[in-house]
Design a protein around this ligand. Structure first.
Ligand code: AMX
Length: 456
């Protein structure tokens, strides 16, 4: 096994694998005892050391800035953006295996990285692609559960329903009922997680075809990689769209632990709910407009601009439109973030993709114009902590360009990708034996009395 130099700093386990070791699960079997020891040592050495101060503003303001979770798979820097196991998005684009040299990373490679902290070889990624493909069959009752919903049901409602119907197969639930020992919890969690990650594209594409293409389902092509096969099952085979899907699934996978969907999964799983229950809960959080649904909202909002003012709207008119949105008490979707304080690198890499593949697309041009117009306006408002665009400001126009135009479906794509980040961490939650999550809540009266007492 060749060791990569540590020039990328914080990457703890970055190694290039030899082609011989193709089994992801056996990699984890090696890593888990090592990481359990690390956590034990951390608790012994620093367990009682204080970590920051909590103010009333943080308690009232949605726990912003409170360090309160362990999340191993990724870390978010307010200025730099996301790092997956220490690797930034451009580093992932450079180091993770691709179908073609210099192409977009294969999402299976990212999954391997998230789970092990190691950059996989192309052979390992190919083996994982095959494994996911072999785990992707869907029991009939799942389709029936989805079909019980009207076609008008929001695709995210259909998606959660599908995931909940898959839950009846949970290996973790069965093992728990059979009295599995705590030390082995991670094993059925791993099985459920890989099954779930393998199954969600099939369920998601079924929902798309059912809702928008008269139920004409496209069969899987098992020779394709995970992202390409998903795009194929949705009905899109343009090679550029396949590359977009690989990029899309890679960059939406994980965004550390405190965002609504990741935190929800972690919280629910802390009650030893299985990965299906936990991921289903996460999807319900992702379906909120301040979180994952923002990608739908962005495209609908952009289309409303075009409808009212045309594609060639002037900068001055666009400014007026943004102000009109704000004055009607709405947010500008796709801008702002709970943690980020600069342009989201997930936005930047999508912009680079657009500049390369669709520079003349009129909606891309509008998105570029918004990049100039919106931040100064949000800054002028005076209260917005981050005026810059986030991931959702860009994804819709790319999908729209390649024919995936149904904005109400977009959050499902986000959810498919998020299964990789969330499930990777859930496996580590069980491997590290992380406990039930139970923060303390207080009332306004409690806070008032507390501050009176401490200031007396
Ligand atoms: N448009 C208008 N107002 C905005 C704004 C935006 N894009 N972003 C923040 N603000 C407002 C907030 O609503 C808040 O107003 P209030 O004090 O009157 O309630 C004020 O600015 C301060 O908010 P903040 O501390 O800067 O942001 P936050 O951490 O509370 O919220 C977020 C972050 C993302 C919910 C917010 O920026 C937002 O609503 N953005 C638009 C929706 C969006 O794009 N969401 C997707 C985020 C990425 C993701 O999860 N997929």
């Amino acid at each position: 096994m060749a060791q990569q130099s540590t020039s990328l700093g914080s990457v703890r386990w970055l190694q290039i694998q030899s082609a011989s070791d193709l089994d992801l699960r056996s990699q984890l079997e090696e890593l888990i005892p090592e990481q359990q020891e690390c956590l034990k040592k951390l608790k012994t050495d620093y367990g009682k050391v204080q970590l920051g101060n909590i103010t009333a503003d943080m308690v009232i303001g949605g726990m912003r800035g409170i360090i309160g979770l362990l999340w191993e798979t990724s870390l978010l820097d307010p200025d730099e953006g996301i790092r997956f196991r220490g690797l930034s998005i451009p580093e992932c684009q450079k180091l993770l295996p691709a179908v073609n040299p210099g192409g977009q990373p294969l999402p299976e490679g990212l999954l391997w990285l998230l789970l092990t902290g190691k950059v996989p070889s192309k052979e390992q990624v190919d083996a994982l692609s095959k494994e996911l493909s072999s785990r992707s069959s869907i029991p009939d009752h799942v389709y029936k559960a989805i079909d019980a919903l009207p076609l008008s049901a929001h695709p995210m409602t259909q998606f959660t329903t599908g995931v909940m119907a898959l839950q009846v197969q949970s290996e973790f639930q069965k093992a728990y009922e059979n009295g599995i020992s705590k030390a082995k919890f991670w094993e059925p969690t791993y099985e459920d997680s890989l099954n779930l990650i393998a199954q969600v594209p099939v369920v998601a594409s079924y929902i798309y075809r059912r809702t928008y293409k008269n139920g004409q389902v496209v069969a899987a092509n098992k020779s394709l990689d995970y992202g390409a096969n998903f795009s194929h099952m949705l009905g899109f085979d343009d090679p550029q769209m396949l590359e977009l899907m690989r990029l899309y699934l890679t960059i939406h996978s994980d965004h550390e632990g405190g965002n609504v969907s990741a935190h929800t999964a972690h919280l629910v799983a802390s009650a030893l709910s299985d990965p299906y229950l936990s991921f289903g809960a996460a999807l319900n959080g992702l379906a909120g407009p301040l979180h994952g649904l923002a990608n739908q909202e962005v495209l609908l909002w952009i289309k409303s601009v075009v409808e009212e003012c045309g594609e060639n709207i002037t900068t001055e008119h666009l400014k007026d439109y943004v102000w009109k949105t704000l004055k009607s008490g709405k947010v500008v979707p796709g801008f702002g973030h709970g943690v980020l304080r600069k342009t989201d690198p997930r936005y930047t890499c999508q912009r680079e993709f657009a500049l390369k593949h669709l520079p003349d697309d009129p909606l891309f041009k509008l998105v570029s114009k918004l990049y100039e117009v919106v931040p100064p306006i949000l800054t002028e408002l005076g209260k917005v902590k981050n005026p810059w665009p986030n991931v959702d400001a860009h994804s819709g126009v790319l999908l729209n360009h390649f024919g995936l135009k149904e904005a109400r479906y977009y959050t499902v794509l986000f959810g498919v990708s998020r299964s990789m980040g969330i499930c990777s961490q859930l496996i580590w939650d069980r491997a590290l034996g992380l406990p039930l999550e139970r923060p303390k809540s207080v009332t306004m009266e409690w806070l008032e009395n507390h501050f009176k007492k401490v200031s007396a």
